[in-house]
Design a protein around this ligand. Sequence first.
Ligand SMILES: N[C@@H](CCC(=O)N[C@@H](CS)C(=O)NCC(=O)O)C(=O)O
Length: 215
Amino acid sequence: MQVYGSPLSPFVRKVYLVAAEKGVAVEPAPFTPGQPSPGFLEASPFRKIPAIRDGDFTLADSTAIAAYLDAKHPEPPLYPAEPRQRGKAVWFEEVADTLIGPAGASIVFNRFVAPKVLGRPGDEEAAAKGEAALPPLLDWLETQAPAQGWLVDGCFSIADIAMATMLRTLLYVGWGPDPAKRPATAAWYERVAARPAWREVAAIEDQQAARFAPA
Ligand SMILES: N[C@@H](CCC(=O)N[C@@H](CS)C(=O)NCC(=O)O)C(=O)O
């Protein structure tokens, strides 16, 4: 399966993680930010990453792709079958993607992507707004992080992947899980980050991130 976009993006990373958990081989699709190829536009008409090309099938959006992969490769299941667990897992994914993601994105874009990747100054006011939005969300997550195991009734699921990918992105701007401030979240995050699939994807990402490290 080909994936458009770098796993430095939390949404692309989500797709890489789902694929890795399921043992689905991923290769990067040819993709240059700002220069959309016809192949990319076919897969992602609204120009967002991630998108995939799987044989003659294309699809955009991390949530749609995760659902597709879970249906195509049912083992291990990442969307629980039990109704309440399924509902909760999708809800965690939604909170990660639509609340924590955007708050983090305004920090990450303006303090990391703009200065380090695009070589231009970020919008500090927008970054500060993101910083103001994050603490209540992270405090809530601290109440949800279990002492052991995973977010939804002890079953590893899309909830853990979707939340943890957002937290990994926050690490780039000093907002990663802090054991002193939110110990349950930090311990749960470490459990996610110890999984073989996570380590596999982190190794790919670390190689790409090295390009932006200070010389
Ligand atoms: N809901 C989408 C969000 C994807 C998204 O926002 N991707 C960002 C990168 S992290 C993007 O493509 N931004 C470029 C743009 O909006 O043009 C998903 O889950 O895939």
